[in-house]
Design a protein around this ligand. Structure first.
Ligand SMILES: Cc1cc2nc3c(=O)[nH]c(=O)nc-3n(C[C@H](O)[C@H](O)[C@H](O)COP(=O)(O)OP(=O)(O)OC[C@H]3O[C@@H](n4cnc5c(N)ncnc54)[C@H](O)[C@@H]3O)c2cc1C
Length: 306
């Protein structure tokens, strides 16, 4: 059977794309190996009607909704390779199965690389986060840290100051702020600590203090940490789409990549703020684009045969 669309990645972006495709009666397979970036956290905030939901529960509900649509199948396995052969895409899974699809939606997300600071993984997703729009409310009015050893420090601190008046920037041994920036931050009550961090201290993921190499420490109850973003997919492909300056898959506003028939949505585009609701909206748009393209092809074919 030739699929209308193979959706690679079943996070919010891919699930929403599959829902629109299923409701449009398009033969679709959604591939997912369930390793999303937000697996480190137990509560997702700000998704309208689902504020605070466990991300795996959100996924379960979305999958249950998809089971109603007979044209959609969920394959809980990893895609290993995608190639284009003539007008069709060959999608190969890690189990060696091969599927043919007219269109591809990439919704593979990104992976975060945390700074190399002892014990950071214990706290990330529990009391240290990346996005204040997602987790700032829960940390409001607490003594917070912004941990960043590059230019993001200034931007993040300005943003996080919306949630607390007790904020310190930790640059982990680097001098990253200009004198002008330092003056401006201090005038708003934000302090700067440039000591090299030895470890985060606390229990069960709840930060209590930041310990430095000189054996001093500062009490903090949480904060926001700058992370590096990389593509999460690891499949081999000759699809040849282009990447944007941040390393995300470049698309137009219809989620079309430079490669005919290939669409991308959600975090994999690494194009700006990353949130579940943004990923869902982009998934919807990608599916609408796929259906629009298939419809045009159908009517052009009919014209040629008339
Ligand atoms: C600590 C933390 C807290 C967050 N809190 C919030 C919050 O409170 N509110 C909010 O709105 N957002 C939050 N986010 C952001 C949110 O999680 C992301 O924006 C969202 O998950 C992006 O959805 P996505 O579908 O693009 O990618 P993902 O959710 O990452 O899903 C991608 C999926 O594709 C799969 N995949 C990748 N490659 C393949 C392959 N080759 N084959 C098969 N499957 C594959 C992955 O396993 C994964 O399941 C948070 C993120 C983090 C890290």
């Amino acid at each position: 059977m030739i699929l209308d669309c193979a959706v690679i990645g079943g996070g919010t972006a891919g699930l929403k794309a599959a829902l629109v495709l299923g409701r449009s009666r398009r033969k679709t397979i959604l591939f997912d190996d369930n390793k999303p970036r937000n697996a480190v956290t137990s509560a997702s905030h700000g998704f309208i009607t689902r504020d605070g939901i466990n991300p795996q529960e959100l996924k379960r509900i979305a999958q249950e909704e998809l089971y109603k649509y007979p044209d959609v199948r969920i394959e809980k396995q990893r895609v290993h390779r995608i190639n284009k052969e003539n007008t069709l895409f060959k999608v190969e899974t890690e189990n060696g199965e091969v599927y043919s699809a007219k269109k591809i939606i990439l919704a593979t997300g990104f992976k975060e690389v945390l700074p190399d600071i002892p014990r950071v993984k214990e706290f990330y997703g529990k009391s240290l986060f990346n996005c204040p729009f997602c987790d700032g409310w829960e940390l409001r009015d607490h003594p917070l840290a912004v941990i960043a050893d590059d230019q993001k420090a200034f931007h993040m601190a300005k943003l996080v100051s919306n949630w607390t008046n007790d904020l310190i920037i930790f640059t982990n041994g680097k001098e990253v702020l200009s004198l002008e920036e330092q003056e401006l931050l201090k005038s708003k009550g934000i302090s700067i600590n440039e000591k090299k961090i030895a470890a985060f201290i606390g229990e069960e993921g709840m930060l209590e203090k930041i310990q430095f190499e000189d054996e001093t420490s500062v009490l903090r109850e949480g904060g926001f940490i700058s992370t590096e973003w990389l593509q999460a997919d690891s499949f081999k492909t000759s699809l040849g789409y282009t990447l944007n300056e941040q390393g995300g898959i470049a698309t137009d506003s219809w989620q079309r990549t430079k490669t005919e028939g290939v669409f991308a949505c959600g975090d994999t585009r690494i194009a700006g703020p990353s949130q579940l609701i943004i990923a869902a909206a982009e998934g919807s748009m990608a599916a609408i684009s796929v259906v629009a393209a298939l419809t045009e092809e159908k009517f052009n074919q009919d014209k040629q045969h008339a």
